[in-house]
Design a protein around this ligand. Sequence first.
Ligand code: SF4
Ligand code: SF4
Length: 205
Amino acid sequence: MIKFLDPNKPIETCISGSCDNCTICKTLHCHFTLRDLIYFLLIVFPSFLLGGAGIYHISGWLLIPWLILIIGYFGFVEIRVMCSHCPHYAEQGSTLKCWANYGSPKLWRYRPGPMSGMEKALFWGGLAVVWGYPFVFLLVGMQWFLLMGYILSSTGFFMTLKLFLCSQCMNFACPLNGVGDEVKKEFFERNPRVAEAWVSKVDGE
Ligand code: SF4
Ligand code: SF4
């Protein structure tokens, strides 16, 4: 059964006694729901469907390496380099229960604070490989109609993600994060453990 955090209970890193009257929840997503997860899946699905169709058109066997890449990246690599910096990662339990990467295992410790240069490179490199793999087959197979659909749906996904999800995400370490400084400051006041990690890591650079 799909489970999410109790929406009335502050997250692990938050020192507030309750989420009542907290203005942050109007701008930041501290808790996630099934609706958030479905929304995320709906925006990412079209590009995966069109990319998968393009690969299948060349050979169904070629879908296997792509699936391995998807599972390896979203199940492990991205979790290590990006999600392990997210306050949501500090929650109890052995898997993530958020709007994206739901169910991915938490094999590493929570590491608040910014991502390193190497982590950012792996983050971007992984995205390029996952979305680039179908692109190659669409191009080489001269599947122009599918290629156009793939480019449009992928662009639509990243634009929707950036505009509506990354602008409310509490993982300030992610290179796609678009939360403003005022909201970050408010969040840091209620989440001093996260704030300290940012101060010490930035000062230590
Ligand atoms: S910052 Fe803390 S109190 Fe405010 S919504 Fe998030 S978890 Fe609740
Ligand atoms: S960064 Fe996003 S996908 Fe990763 S744990 Fe945080 S909310 Fe979930």
